[in-house]
Design a protein around this ligand. Structure first.
Ligand code: HEM
Length: 238
């Protein structure tokens, strides 16, 4: 487990990041994402991924909106982050006007959504944990993934890649710093912080399981050369 060299190791956000470094590395080396970023998978694999993410964000964003009057949730909820409208725009371009008819959740997606439904009415820190895992990831690695997909498939935000573009966030790096500062000032006890960390690890696990299912469907057998150095510790900041 290694901590980023360029971040001060203080506060809950730094501890959370350090505690989940290995989980992140596993997610980041996933064969499906690597295959997509290399452009070695058909575009339909990306469409499948977008469909699965639709279920995830639909549930996450409904839960976040419903709980926004809770101070812990309200501190993080922000319409500028919401990805469901972007996914819908992407699917309308890539899949045509009847894109909703093709929405089918894979078993791993269903398991993820079931956890999010549980989270929706559980202690607020659980919802923050899932919010953090998806949106800070989208604002970080998502930027790199988006660039790679643009190169690999010749897409841009008008042709199916708006998921990776946050039109209403001018400076993702500053946004993430502000988000981490909010994590640091949440009035959570050590035990509650442990619960949040545990739920973030669960969220990583659900994402990794979904990516593994997509890999089983789309990555040709034998193409297991997904290992590569993690980018997370490099000096760029999203
Ligand atoms: C190819 C895939 C991925 C790449 C290249 C990647 C890359 C990165 C990078 C470079 C950062 C650090 C940004 C910074 O220093 O501010 C980061 C952070 C993060 N990533 Fe990823 N990532 C990938 C996949 C994922 C996945 C699948 C998830 C989970 C769904 C995820 C969740 C996160 C989170 C939550 C953070 C923020 C950690 C923190 O600073 O507290 N990433 N990612």
């Amino acid at each position: 487990m290694s901590a980023p060299v360029d971040a001060p190791e203080a506060g809950f956000s730094a501890a959370l990041r350090a505690a989940t470094t290995d989980d992140h590395r596993t997610a980041e080396r996933d064969g499906f994402l690597v295959g997509l970023m290399r452009g070695s998978l058909p575009i339909d694999a990306y469409v499948d991924f977008a469909r699965q993410l639709w279920f995830v964000y639909d549930t996450l964003e409904n839960a976040a909106r419903a709980r926004r009057s809770d101070p812990a949730v309200g501190a993080f909820v922000d319409a500028a982050l919401e990805r469901r409208p972007a996914i819908e725009a992407d699917l309308a371009v890539l899949d045509g006007p009847d894109w909703r008819d093709a929405l089918v959740a894979r078993p791993a997606t269903t398991a993820y959504v079931e956890r999010l439904r549980w989270v929706a009415s559980a202690w607020s820190g659980n919802l923050v944990a899932h919010h953090y895992t998806r949106y800070l990831g989208d604002l970080s690695g998502g930027v790199h993934i988006g660039r790679a997909l643009a190169r690999a498939y010749g897409l841009d935000e008008t042709s199916g890649l708006s998921f990776y573009r946050f039109d209403r966030i001018d400076d993702p790096v500053a946004y993430k710093e502000h988000y981490r500062a909010r994590l640091d000032t949440m009035p959570w006890t050590d035990t509650e912080r442990d619960h949040v960390t545990e739920e973030v690890r669960r969220a990583y696990g659900l994402n990794t399981a979904l990516l593994a299912e997509l890999a089983a469907a789309w990555v040709p057998a034998g193409d297991v050369d997904a290992e590569r150095p993690g980018e997370r510790d490099q000096p760029h900041r999203g």
